[in-house]
Design a protein around this ligand. Structure first.
Ligand code: MEV
Length: 288
């Protein structure tokens, strides 16, 4: 068998985080950084990268397709897993794509998505799968659990991605929201339903290149995430700095607690925003 490599992109949550876990829609985009996986024939043993996502992908792939010759798997990434850009979903999808190519098994995108989602949910039961969908389908997508993925038209958004310098732990934050939902369902359901509504409006603004309206929806989404209790002082400070400096809008992106914020900027403000956000301790990421 010949050596095979495959890759998948990282992601950026645009709007709808947390609510998506409970069946509301979100919008997610891929970044221009990828993870590559190579499957190689080995003489007498299977040797894998020590990523739990790679190991679980291999195990579930072998269980499903009964393919079991000796091979090794190596990975390489364009981006650090600490940034919150979806390295787990990207490495899972890239591994499954490489394995299907190596064993000459033709799978549709939907079949890769279903298997990758199973892998990811073996490790994080609560995962919505939005990042898996981004890694499989690419581009900008409207995602809702158990609904066909809707690809949105390509738009070059005036977007900055700013790392807060703090690594977020998605599971901790998702569990924290689940506890809140249990103790105060009315409040949390109300937040989710507002997030769901604004994601739909955001789709329309995105389709129409209406960055001013999309920015306003970013701000609203961020406020709802603050009410949900998943933001942090650092994230709020970066978002406020961006808005005060004239951005259309800004919000945390992902689970909260840390990772990145995203900023929609007016064209003549990009350099100024880069300066003030860097001075406020943010790290501008070149991922779009
Ligand atoms: C984390 O990046 C986004 C969450 O909505 C979790 C998920 O969708 O799986 C918080």
């Amino acid at each position: 068998m010949r050596d095979v490599s495959a890759s998948a992109p990282g992601k950026l949550m645009l709007l709808g985080e947390h609510a998506v876990v409970y069946g509301y829609p979100c919008i997610v985009s891929t970044v221009n950084k990828r993870i590559s996986v190579t499957v190689k024939k080995t003489l007498n043993k299977q040797a894998f990268s020590d990523s739990i996502y790679v190991m679980t992908s291999v195990r579930m792939f072998i269980e499903k397709y009964h393919s079991g010759s000796s091979f090794s798997i190596t990975t390489s990434s364009d981006f650090s897993p600490t940034l919150g850009l979806g390295s787990s979903s990207a490495v899972t999808v890239a591994t499954l794509k490489a394995l299907t190519a190596y064993f000459d098994i033709a799978l549709s995108e939907k079949e890769i998505f279903d298997l990758a989602l199973k892998v990811v949910r073996k490790i994080h039961r609560e995962a919505s799968g939005f990042d898996v969908a981004a890694a499989v389908y690419g581009g900008t997508i409207y995602y809702k659990i158990e609904r066909p993925v809707e690809k949105l038209p390509e738009r070059k958004m005036p977007l900055l991605v700013v790392y807060s310098g703090i690594k977020a732990d998605t599971s901790t934050l998702v569990n924290q929201v689940a506890r809140q939902k249990k103790y105060n369902p009315a409040k949390v359901n109300n937040i989710f339903s507002q997030i769901g509504d604004l994601v739909k409006m955001a789709c329309d603004a995105y389709n129409k290149f209406d960055w001013s309206r999309l920015g306003m929806l970013f701000n609203k989404n961020h406020q709802l995430l603050v009410e949900l209790g998943v933001s942090s002082e650092k994230l709020n400070a970066l978002v406020e700095t961006a808005i005060k400096s004239g951005a259309y809008g800004a919000k945390l992106s992902g689970a909260g607690g840390g990772d990145c914020i995203i900023v929609l900027y007016k064209n003549n403000q990009k350099e100024k925003l880069i300066k003030v956000l860097t001075n406020s301790g943010g790290q501008i990421l070149d991922v779009l």
